[in-house]
Ligand binder design. Structure first.
Ligand code: GDP
Length: 316
């Protein structure tokens, strides 16, 4: 019998677009979405998991399509009020969004794991696919700029990615264990594909892959690993990826992203705009439209990715 499970590694905005496509073309019990939690932080006394939040809202189809993060039909009374009191308003938390953080924080304080909280919230919001954090252990991405080490959200949101990045670190990662469902899936012998979503490799995917045992478990799963380039036509669709790649001494290109994943990749999906520049990336290249504007784009790219994985599996 053919293998069924698709394990998708994802950050926030770019990753969630493809995760939604996958969730719409696969039966719910065939998709496991693994979220980066290196961006997680504590703010205003709340436990915030930005990539889990984005994935949750996108998969529940209650996301804000204009921003790519947060909820749609959002109101901002809390933000306006806290700003007027002289409080911290640099990280935007809408009124509806706030409810998720308050509830997550309450449950974590009661001793539930991030996996348990995420799974129950997904169920309540009607999400069929499984969404899990990369680990239930604490990992925190830090950024070394000219003025030394700063927390990730300080770099990403407060300073809007302006500091030059010299180095990244994932604090706590060496003590972290992959979340249980991920290991169970990868060891099941039933994995059809491991999909690396079009997310920022440095800050969304590498924290996941840096967890001891994760890369090995992916390799040992025997499933083809297929990534989708987050760079189109040599440019980021959104976010600091191109700037970050240059600052860290890498070529800001689709080929540069593939080089970061190295021998983990079996397949690589790149845009038509990069077809001539991708060169030899050490993986089987599929050329497709990779810009996801509509829901149809998301579903089509999901199908293209699965077809690429199935073609690789048939060669093995
Ligand atoms: P973050 O955690 O919110 O930064 O989100 P991700 O790391 O998952 O996604 C950011 C990346 O998604 C950026 O590098 C973008 O270039 C990429 N991205 C956003 N939208 C698209 C899209 O429609 N297609 C592709 N191929 N990449 C995209």
């Amino acid at each position: 019998m053919s293998r069924r499970l698709v394990v998708a590694l994802s950050g926030g905005v770019g990753g969630a677009k493809l995760a939604l496509g996958l969730s719409r073309v696969l039966p719910a019990d065939e998709l496991l979405v693994v979220a980066n939690t290196g961006d997680d932080f504590e703010h205003l006394g709340l436990s915030i998991s930005p990539d889990i939040d984005t994935l949750t809202y996108v998969l529940a189809e209650i996301d804000n399509p204009a921003t790519g993060w947060g909820r749609r039909d959002e109101t901002w009374s809390f933000m306006d009020s806290i700003g007027a009191l002289g409080g911290e308003d640099w990280f935007r938390l809408g009124d509806r969004d706030l409810a998720l953080h308050v509830e997550r924080t309450r449950r974590l304080r009661l001793g539930q794991t991030l996996s348990e909280v995420t799974s129950d919230i997904c169920r309540r919001l009607g999400i069929g696919a499984r969404l899990v954090p990369m680990s239930d252990d604490r990992v925190r991405t830090r950024v070394r700029g000219d003025a030394g080490w700063i927390d990730f959200q300080d770099y990403f949101v407060r300073r809007q990615c302006r500091p030059v990045v010299h180095e990244l670190a994932f604090d706590g990662v060496m003590r972290a264990r992959p979340q249980d469902d991920i290991l169970a899936a990868l060891r099941s012998g039933d994995v059809r594909a491991v999909v690396i979503c079009p997310s920022n490799p440095f800050i969304s995917i590498e924290p996941i892959l840096a967890i001891p045992g994760m890369r090995e478990a992916i390799k040992a799963s025997g499933a083809p690993v297929v990534a989708i380039s987050p760079i189109i036509g040599g440019k980021a669709v959104k976010g600091p990826i191109a700037k970050m790649m240059r600052e860290l001494g890498h070529e800001a290109s689709a080929a540069g992203v593939a080089a970061r994943y190295g021998d983990l990749l079996d397949g690589y999906v790149v845009d038509h705009a990069d077809a001539d520049r991708v060169g030899t990336v050490g993986a089987r290249v599929t050329i497709a439209r990779t810009l996801m504007t509509s829901l149809h784009d998301r579903e089509t790219l999901a199908r293209v990715t699965l077809d690429a994985a199935d073609a690789l599996a048939s060669l093995q």
